[in-house]
Design a protein around this ligand. Sequence first.
Ligand code: CTP
Ligand code: MG
Length: 381
Amino acid sequence: MAGRVAALLVAAGSGSRFGGETPKQYALLGGRPVLRRALDAFSATAELRLVVIAPGQEALYEAAVAGLDLPAPVPGGATRQDSVRAGLESLAGLGWGEDDIVLIHDAARPLVPRAVIDGVLTALAKAQAAYPARPVRDTLRRGLEPVARDGLVQAETPQGFRFGPILAAHRAAPSGATDDIALAAAAGLEVAASPGSSRNFKLTEAEDMILAEALLAAGRETRTGLGYDVHRFGPGTAVTLGGVSIPHERGLEGHSDADVGLHALTDALLGALAEGDIGAHFPPSEARWKGADSAVFLKFAGDRVRARGGEIVNLDLTFICEAPKIGPHRDAMRARIGDILGIAPPRVAVKATTSEGLGFTGRREGIAAQALATIRLNSED
Ligand code: CTP
Ligand code: MG
C-alpha cells in the first residue's frame, strides 16, 4: 500500500497579482526564496522533490535550490493545469509508478506546516486523493445575494494522490480544472479531506509577504553554539581544513581526516541544538570513523538542524595557526562548507589568525579552530 512519496512543486506562474520585479516564488521570505522554503517543508516526507518552472527562470531556480540534490526542473505550461501535467509526465519518466504517491503543491505556499503534509498522507491511506481543507469563516455573498457557508471550504495544497490514477485523470482531462482535486473528482476518484491551516495561505498579492514574514518570525527563536577543536601536526604533505586539502610540509594527526575546521563547526551546530558533541555521535573508539571525511560529521549536524524544523542563519569559523596561510583558500572553504550544509556561501565566514608565536599554535605543534553557529529553531521549552 505505502508507496514512495514525491513532492511536485508548481512554480511556473507569472504572479501577475503579486507584481514586482522578482516572481513571487523567488521573492525572499526571511532571507530565503519562497520556493526554497516550500521545498524544505517536504525534506522529511518526500524522497523525491521535483519543481516545474517557467522557461527563462532557470537562473532564479538554480540560485534558490543551491545545495539540494534535485532532478532537473520541468518547463511549465500556460496554465497551472498544464504545469502540473508536465510535472506528472516527468515523474513518470523518472520511474514513478501506479501505487506511488505524489503530493502536488503550490510553490507559493511556503509556510505549509508539517502537520498538514502528514494529514494528507494519513488521509491518502484510505482514499485515492486527499487535500487539506479549512471551513470558510467570512460571510460570502455574490453581488448582494448571500451564499450559504454550510459545507464551504477553502482548498489548500499539497493535494495528494496515488500516482497512476492522477496521471490518467490529467491525461484525460479537458482544460479548465481549478485544481487537481477537481480533476480527480471529475474522473471519479475517491477524495478525502484533511485539516488545513491558516499558515498555509497562498502568497497572492505583495501585501501577503507582510503576514508571511510575521508568521515566520513568530514562534521562532535564535540560538547560538560554540565549537572548538585542536589537532596536532605529524608527518605528511597536506592538511585538510574547512573541507579543502592544502599542500603543507606536515600533516595533521587524528582519527578522522583531522579537519579541525569542520569539527569545530560540527560542535558549534550541535551546541546550538544542545545535542551533545561530535565525540558522542561519532566515537573515536569506532573503527568506521578512521580516516573519515569530516564532511560526514558536518552534514549530520546540518541534517539535525533541519530535522528539528530549523535553519542555519550563519556560521563563523576561525583558524588559529602560523601556517598554512588560510586566505588563499578562504572562498573554496566557504563554498565547500555551503555545499555540505546546503546553505549559500555568504552565510559562511572563514577567518584566520596567528598567535604571534605564542603557545602550542605559535610553536607550530598543532592547529586550533573555533566556530560560532547561529540557527533558528521553533521555540520549545
Ligand atoms: N503555476 C504554474 N504554472 C502556471 C500557473 C501557475 O506552475 N501556468 C503555479 C504558480 O507558480 C503557483 C501555483 O501554481 O505556485 C498557484 O498559482 P497562482 O497562485 O495563481 O500563481 P500565479 O499564476 O503565478 O499568480 P497570478 O495568478 O497572480 O498570475
Ligand atoms: Mg494564477
